[in-house]
Write a protein that binds this ligand. Sequence first.
Ligand SMILES: *Cc1c(COP(=O)(O)O)cnc(C)c1O
Length: 476
Amino acid sequence: MNLLFETSREGHGCSILPPCDVPVTSLPETELRRKELRLPQLAEVDISRHYSALERRAHGVNNGFYPLGSCTMKYNPKINDEMAALPGFAGIHPLQPAHTVQGCLEVLATAEQYLCEITGMDAMTFQPAAGAHGELTGLLLIKAYHQSRGDTGRTKIIVPDAAHGTNPASAAMAGFTVVNVPSNDKGCVDLEKLRAAVGPDTAGLMLTNPNTVGIFDEAILEITKIVHDAGGLNYYDGANLNAVMGVVRPGDMGFDVIHLNLHKTFSTPHGGGGPGSGPVGCKQLLADFLPLYYAKKAGDGYAFVQPAQSVGSVKAFYGNFLVVVRALAYLFTLGGDGVREAAQNAVLNANYLREKLKDTYEVAFDGICMHEFVLTLEKLKKEQDVSALDVAKTLLDHGIHPPTMYFPLIVHEALMVEPTETESRETLDAAAEIFRSVYEQALRDPQSLHDAPTTAPVRRPDEVAAARNPRLRYQF
Ligand SMILES: *Cc1c(COP(=O)(O)O)cnc(C)c1O
């Protein structure tokens, strides 16, 4: 497919600009561009077709089932985008005085109130731009807290091995040493190993819950108590809140700080790089350290305040504000009961599909799961030389986006399946049928799975080369 630069033809174009209604002044000579700006010249219709063609080459939630574990690729109601497109939200400038954007500050303060209610926290910042960015921010709060008490020996963050991959990375970025704690055979934190790991050097623990094998840790109260008793704080990776929102609250389970992924659970389409939002909620003991630009009720209106011992800005201005607008519209639509029902259906759908598949595929951990489950294709790999990758690529030919592959790392030949609550029983039945037929195909004709996909525009890209040598610039 040609790039826009390659489709460009001299003289084609479409500038529809209104007449200038301000005085024209020219820039000083030194500030002027010396070379022509090389922008593609295209008619609007060609641009529109280009992007539509691009869209057809990808698989999105609008094309079919998208059970990409840990990503919560659910359908996002269009009304939320309509709300975010309202000119009063979409057309503002970040430097506008607060009294001219009171409605926007109210959105931030109201979203904070709702999400604190859902998570059991006392305060929340919307500055972080994504989940991992929220993790870093939350860890900076933990660090600032210990430092403010002169407790400088707390340099370690405990991360169980069933945590999301970003957890240890964020802890390292925040300057902590990462201490790994293994899981037991149920996929939960090994309590004895945790007890042995905590001490006067423990700054805190990061728990992904439900964890990356889709399991709600049954000893969660015990875990947070062990860490608190050792003087550490508890961080809840709440990117998987889709499974528990409206049912249980991390703040009631001994957690001091949490991040959410609004672009997963709270209705912003994601994939392709953003924009996202990873708000960080915390208990009162950390609220003074929150980043700058904290929207707060002040008299009859709202104002931005600076928390007394703020860790500073973690992003320009106020975060990805329109993602927060979508989240609030979603919360208004669902209401308290709807939030709980969404979580219950997410869990029901995952268990329904797991039950339908468990006689064909091997499920990595037995028993009821939360919003996702993990299959292991180790046996198929050994006996038929068909890998998780081969199965994933074959599913593409059947109109299903592959589940997450080779993650979590503690399961070999893993496929992590997350159906989400927005899929109907009919969709799940049809998907189960396809999963099963792919398995039979692997037993009958393994080679055909090595050749898949045959219908996708790109067959098997060299993923290592794409990651190591990305071509990010167009060479004229
Ligand atoms: C997606 C995810 C993250 C990271 O979120 P990003 O927005 O991709 O940075 C962290 N933890 C868990 C459990 C996740 O599923």
